[in-house]
Design a protein around this ligand. Structure first.
Ligand code: COA
Length: 304
């Protein structure tokens, strides 16, 4: 399909990115994807909506400026006790949200949290721009975190940002204009613009930095890690992680060949597949690591 829309080839895309397929939401809102993922997560855990203290929705593609996706989810679930807000950290959203949940737990402000990541990136992808359109897909994933007295769970978090490089992944929203001017320029460029090389270099530098940081803070070595679940953007970036730490491909979960880059949803989509396939076992040490728009990055070390 893409080869009919832009000057590209399946061979180029697979070689340079590892991506073979992506899912596109047709006539579906981001909130609808988020609600479906949230309902699945609650059903899988057996936790009721009334137990949820906080809902964080991560998205770079909200349906509206207000209400937030998180409030839409809260309403649909009837999770009346939950505070609800969106978090804007693009592809690092799941990692950032996990850090916020950890802070709420440590402060005693919440015991049960729902993190839902939902993206309809196809709405901001320019399907005439070959440097962008082959990379991204739509999707949603959710996770429920629950406070426990044990020392397991979220062990360490690290987040970083470099706003000075923000234009490397740029999607603007409202046009800047004089609101009192009658002849308003209502033309809005809604498409995502990317400097792929700069983002690649940023990821290759910051992903190992984030992993090193959580390992060091936790006093854990890479040999003790059962899984690394990276943001799924490009297989070549994942290869950088494997080479840097001498990891076998089996230690790093990859599914981007089927979904492309689903931004904040990519890590929870991996976790859902891993759980369904029996790959997640009690006691395992897992690192989530993300990077993306902002530019942002971060890692989380958990014991499940
Ligand atoms: N099909 C065919 N050719 C393409 C193409 C496509 N889909 N996209 C780009 N090209 C062309 C470029 O126009 C360029 O042509 P030119 O040399 O005539 O100018 C050539 O391929 C090389 O482009 P380049 O940008 O150097 O390729 P690359 O090896 O850096 O790969 C990316 C491009 C986008 C795949 C890569 O930079 C990348 O993955 N970056 C990270 C992006 C990312 O992860 N973004 C999301 C972050 S959350």
């Amino acid at each position: 399909m893409l080869t009919k829309m832009v000057d590209t080839s399946d061979e180029w895309i697979v070689q340079r990115t590892g991506i073979r397929e992506r899912r596109i939401a047709v006539n579906q809102t981001t909130a609808e994807l988020a609600i479906t993922a949230a309902k699945h997560a609650l059903a899988d855990t057996g936790i009721t909506a009334q137990e949820i203290d906080i809902i964080i929705a991560c998205t770079a593609t909200p349906d509206s400026y207000t209400p937030s996706i998180a409030c839409r989810v809260q309403a649909e679930l009837q999770a009346q006790r939950a505070v609800a807000f969106d978090l804007s950290a693009a592809c690092s959203g799941f990692v950032y949200a996990t850090d916020v949940v950890d802070s709420y737990f440590r402060a005693g402000k919440a015991k049960t949290a729902l993190v839902v990541c939902a993206e309809t990136l196809s709405r901001i992808v320019d399907y005439t721009d070959r440097t962008v359109c082959c990379l991204f897909g739509d999707g949603a994933g959710a996770a429920v975190y629950q406070w426990s007295e044990t020392k397991d769970g979220i062990l360490q978090t690290f987040m970083g940002a470099d706003g000075s490089r923000g234009d490397a992944l740029l999607a603007t929203a409202l046009p800047v204009e004089d609101p009192l001017e009658q002849s308003r320029n209502t033309e809005v460029d809604r498409f995502l613009h990317m400097n792929g090389k700069e983002v690649f270099r940023f990821a290759a530098r910051t992903v190992p930095e984030a992993i090193d940081c959580v390992l060091k803070q936790a006093g854990v070595t890479i040999d003790e890690i059962d899984w690394i679940v990276p943001h799924q953007a490009n297989l070549r970036i994942i290869d950088v992680i494997c080479r840097r730490y001498g990891l076998a491909p089996e230690q790093v979960y990859v599914n981007l060949e089927r979904y492309g880059n689903t931004s904040s949803a990519s890590i929870p989509l991996c976790l859902d597949e891993m759980r369904r396939n029996g790959l997640l076992l009690a006691g395992q040490l897992i690192i989530f690591v993300g990077f993306g728009g902002g530019l942002t990055y971060g890692a989380v070390l958990i014991r499940i």
